[in-house]
Design a binder for this molecule. Structure first.
Ligand SMILES: C[S@@+](CC[C@H](N)C(=O)[O-])C[C@H]1O[C@@H](n2cnc3c(N)ncnc32)[C@H](O)[C@@H]1O
Length: 251
């Protein structure tokens, strides 16, 4: 009950700020919808971002549960969440995982995430990094699982981010991530909505993951009515074994 009231309050404040921002003329020459949505949700900053980050932390809980089921995390996994927000997924669904890392470009989100995971960060089993998903600060093959929830639809270059996620995944590792909105109209696939969200047809979303290097790719519609993004799954292929050279006979 308390959560519902908080969410309703946060949504009302967010909507009020959005309308105020749109009417204020602070957003000349741009899609005010995109600007407001990105500032509050896509890359939270300023007062709108402060509200948006807190509202997301509550609103996305059902999505964390869906992702956790898909991820099927094991105790010996090393998990990276790209665009981790306030680290709800890492906190509530990855407590049993050996090492968790989260990266986000919003200072507001990173501060919240560090507070949430303070004990694990102090213990050295978690790290939260302020950074850009298009340039992940980890070596190749660092993680056994990579994920991303409700974030790739906001980044400027989704292919670059997916390629980075593939790079830091170890061979045989798996990725489960949410991609942008699903569109049936081929002309809209690969374009942004008025709210600034990338959207793809299911076929294009699959191609995007394959282009980034993933194998065993599947893309499916939202598993629950609440979850409006499409889900992509893939794996990093184990390199084919190089054939042993034939022994050279000794004369
Ligand atoms: C809608 S929020 C989702 C956050 C979290 N995954 C969740 O579900 O609650 C999108 C997140 O992506 C982050 N983000 C956007 N662009 C990014 C980028 N280029 N690099 C890293 N994070 C980014 C934002 O700061 C924001 O926290």
């Amino acid at each position: 009950m308390r959560r519902t009231v908080v969410m309703a309050g946060a949504a009302a404040i967010g909507a009020g700020l959005a309308v105020a921002a749109g009417r204020s003329g602070v957003l000349p020459g741009e899609s005010w919808r995109e600007r407001v949505w990105v500032t509050s949700q896509g890359l939270p900053s300023g007062p709108l971002g402060w509200v948006g980050a807190r509202e997301q932390a509550l609103e996305h809980r059902p999505m964390y549960a869906t992702m956790a089921k898909e991820l099927d995390l094991q105790a010996d996994d090393d998990l990276l969440d790209v665009g981790c927000g306030s680290a709800g997924l890492l906190k509530y669904h990855a407590a049993h995982v050996r090492h968790v890392a989260g990266l986000d470009a919003s200072e507001i989100q990173v501060a919240m995430a560090r507070r949430r995971l303070a004990e694990r960060v102090a213990a050295g089993t978690a790290e939260i990094v302020l950074g850009d998903a298009a340039a992940l600060p980890w070596e190749d093959g660092r993680f056994s699982v990579v994920t991303s929830l409700a974030s790739i639809e906001f980044v400027p270059d989704p292919l670059k981010v997916l390629s980075e996620m593939h790079r830091v995944l170890r061979p045989g590792g798996r990725a489960v991530l949410s991609l942008g909105m699903r569109v049936g109209n081929a002309a809209e696939s690969g374009t942004k909505s008025a709210w600034g969200l990338w959207r793809w047809s299911e076929a294009d979303a699959r191609r995007l993951m394959e282009e980034a290097g993933f194998g065993d790719v599947s893309v499916s519609p939202p598993p629950t009515a609440y979850f409006t993004l499409q889900l992509g799954r893939g794996a990093k292929q184990v390199s084919p074994l190089v054939a042993e050279p034939e022994p050279v006979p000794i004369a």
